[in-house]
Design a protein around this ligand. Structure first.
Ligand code: PLP
Length: 397
């Protein structure tokens, strides 16, 4: 266990002023939620916006709305390498996971493999995913589907505020969602956002959201306590403390369909006061740090991943592919000792999650599998210092 300066892999810090805004948000209640919704609609240029307790809840709600609309359709296609919350939400909604491998050198679908899967008459939705903020080709997918009863749900959980070819990620699909969880582009401890222009779908989502429970008093208290803990402990000087507490399961990504489903609280909406300005600041800091990494990467021989998105700076963590899983694990172990914030993203391909395996055809996902073994992510958050880059660079070379 390390005691001493430890970089968090990702961080969008709050500060006490923001915490105070959260407490005021509790007093304002629904008014605060309406304010946040209004600002989001304006920012994303979308007609409808819904706020819930997490990204996976946002996805579950979208899926439940679609399921009611198309009861004969049960399949949801996702990338074979993605956040475990995604299959968790699909199972929670009572739907079936269908996996598609990734294209080489990208986190996007392999569209050759995807094409035949789109022909299924059971298909309900497809989730292009902007992993780490790297854009998936949503326009291409929409053209390939071109059927009104198959919905493109844009997983922009990690891409809030990011743009691609002048368009905001999260606004390209029929419906999009964002996560406000810890470690995302912008955080309110936990939270989820749904945006869409589709009036009919919005009515169905609205119905689902109206059925949701509010946080109980004790759950709100827990949330406030967690916000305080994050405010104190997310700093590099103290981050070793939560890392050392195994019950917090920091950084661990688990499959669990049994998550709480709630409406967002005024507290979270309050924490999101001035969110657009703060998001923009985080974005600039991250872009700057990605540039610093690029300088180092250009001089060394490690492949930045994915290679074909070199021009892109909109990352919440920098994905790097090492030449073998042994080297990756060595780097992780050494980074752990020195507190440098290198981390894996997800431990395995979705088809290898035991609870999912029985529902997924026995099939190989070569690219996803290679990524799960060789990928490491490097921090680009505001706590990164030149010395950290030097230290990690030293390890990598
Ligand atoms: C974090 C994340 C989610 C789920 O968001 P939560 O707020 O953690 O529930 C979904 N998809 C991706 C790609 C994510 O990174």
């Amino acid at each position: 266990m390390r005691i001493g300066r430890t970089l968090p892999p990702a961080a969008a810090p709050m500060g006490w002023k923001v915490f105070y805004d959260g407490l005021i948000g509790i007093l304002h209640g629904d008014k605060e939620i309406e304010r946040f919704e209004r600002e989001l609609k304006e920012y994303f240029g979308k007609k409808h916006c819904f706020l819930v307790s997490s990204g996976k809840v946002a996805l579950t709600i979208i899926l439940l709305a679609l399921k009611e609309k198309y009861p004969d359709r049960t399949e949801v296609i996702i990338p074979a390498y993605t956040c475990y919350s995604v299959p968790s939400a699909i199972v929670r909604a009572g739907l079936q996971i269908r996996l598609c491998d990734l294209k080489e050198n990208s986190f996007d679908f392999n569209y050759e493999y995807l094409a035949p899967m789109l022909a299924s008459d059971k298909l309900l939705a497809v989730l292009p995913t902007h992993l780490f903020g790297l854009p998936a080709d949503v326009d291409r997918l929409k053209k390939m589907i071109n059927k009104p009863y198959v919905t493109v749900i844009e997983d922009a959980a990690q891409a809030m505020g990011s743009e691609w070819q002048g368009k905001k990620l999260g606004t390209l699909g029929h419906v999009g969602f964002f996560s406000l969880g810890r470690g995302k582009a912008f955080s309110t401890v936990e939270g989820g956002i749904i945006v869409t222009d589709d009036d009919l779908l919005a009515v169905d989502i609205q119905q689902q959201v109206e059925r949701l429970e509010n946080y109980s008093g004790s759950n709100l208290l827990k949330l406030i306590f967690y916000a305080v803990a994050l405010n104190v402990l997310l700093h590099p000087n103290l981050f070793w403390i939560p890392k050392a507490l195994p019950f917090l399961k920091l950084g661990e990504t688990i499959f669990n369909p049994d998550f709480p489903i709630k409406k967002m609280t005024g507290f979270q909406a309050g924490l999101a006061k001035n969110w657009a300005t703060r998001l923009c600041e985080f974005r600039k800091i991250r872009q700057n740090n990605v540039r610093r990494w690029m300088n180092f990467i250009d001089q060394s021989r490690i492949p930045f991943f994915p290679v074909d998105s070199r021009n892109l700076l909109e990352l919440i963590r920098l994905p790097v592919l090492l030449s073998s899983s042994e080297k990756r694990d060595l780097l992780l172990a050494e980074s752990e000792k020195q507190g440098l914030g290198a981390a894996i993203a997800y431990p395995d391909v979705i088809s290898n999650i035991v609870e999912c395996a029985e529902n997924i055809e026995d099939q190989e996902f070569q690219v996803a599998s290679m990524i799960s073994q060789r990928l490491v992510t490097l921090p680009v958050n505001g706590y990164l210092r030149e010395q950290d880059i030097d230290n990690i660079s030293h390890l990598v070379s």
